[in-house]
Write a protein that binds this ligand. Sequence first.
Ligand SMILES: C[S@@+](CC[C@H](N)C(=O)[O-])C[C@H]1O[C@@H](n2cnc3c(N)ncnc32)[C@H](O)[C@@H]1O
Length: 431
Amino acid sequence: MPSRPSHRQNARSAAHQILCDWDPDKRWAEKLIAQHAKNLRDDDQRLATRLVMGTLQHLRTLDFVLTPMLRNGIDSVAPTSLWALRLGVEQLLFTRIPAHAAVSETVSLVSKHQRGFVNAIMRRVQREKSEITAKLEEAPAPVRYSIPDKLFNRWVEAYGEDATIALCEVINEPAPTTFRINELKPDARQRIEASGIAISPVEDWEDYYQVADPKQSIPADWFEQGWIYAQDPAASVAVRTLAPQPGEQVLDACAAPGGKTFLTALAINNQGNITATDSDPDRIERIEENCQRLGITCASTATTDWTDLDATLDVPAAVLIDAPCSNTGVLRRRIDARYRKTTLNPGPITSTQRRILANILTRIPDGGRCVYSTCSIDPAENAHCVHRVIDELTSSHPELKLTFVEDHQTLPHIDDVDGHYAALIKIERQA
Ligand SMILES: C[S@@+](CC[C@H](N)C(=O)[O-])C[C@H]1O[C@@H](n2cnc3c(N)ncnc32)[C@H](O)[C@@H]1O
């Protein structure tokens, strides 16, 4: 009778399945993990997640190691065997998993006729580990940090080589889970305190917390009851820059899943009105679920595509545009985003950003203000985009006076938070 697979083996085969299904543009790791790993025990879920994220984080480095060992090149290897090898080699080089377990369980992931080949490569990596590690230390930085050349070179151009290396170091480290306590629920803080789980404030970021013992995870009911919203502190910069006041009417133009709708509702203490729009109807549902859970009573939603010049929704005097972007500021949380087409080539997304910003700026009434924000660290999507739109609108709409008031950029390697950008623009209209 064949033996039943062990739990650890289940975690590995789930990880292998996820990697075989992964596509950086269409099927993101986070979503696949949620689908495939949901039937695993908690510790196997954690192992599967670690193995998938580790393999994707080190993908370029792993292929650099594997390529000279494959006689006909990496493309000659069947995808299921290649993913098994990447998964196995990652364990040998970057984890404390015993080598014999990494080898035997990797071999068991592939079909019988591939086992000899996979076993030979795994054993060779195991044997040559110290030479491989030494060779990696000499490898070019983008290979060592597993960053596509295009992205690495753009960062060097924007920030210089040393800062780029510091950035690569940081984005390959796990980011802490930080959260904001939901003061819209009067008992939230009390309930958290009563749980006996100690929390500590995030240094330099008023209102943000993390669980004091990093080994302890956040209890699920804190999320489910809407007592907290998990969010990086840098996400607050945009709303702080807009400074919405109680009683104000605010448009949160690219709102889903509603993180900044929440911060705006906190700032106005549920007094006033937020219109939370997004072009994706499925994501509008996420905003509504979040508002319901978090006790946000001042927001309504509408599906609106702000690249559409004929959009009919009224635009109030306070607007937040948290534009779709390349996500380069949040790569330490979205490990696989570094391989996405949008991240590698932000050209098309920057033109969408400009269209959204220009369309909304022309609709804001006299005396209004707009914050344009992204979670990108690419100047082309941030300050360059804002200045270009202001210049273009100023010449095409002489009645508009647009003033660039200030901007803020957080950087993971400097501020120890995600990379977020926010620019404040004032709008005046001549009669
Ligand atoms: C960076 S996310 C917003 C994150 C959100 N503000 C938060 O804090 O949770 C960008 C959002 O813009 C939406 N979006 C993309 N293109 C859009 C468009 N043309 N008009 C309106 N929303 C758009 C996307 O569906 C996505 O939900």
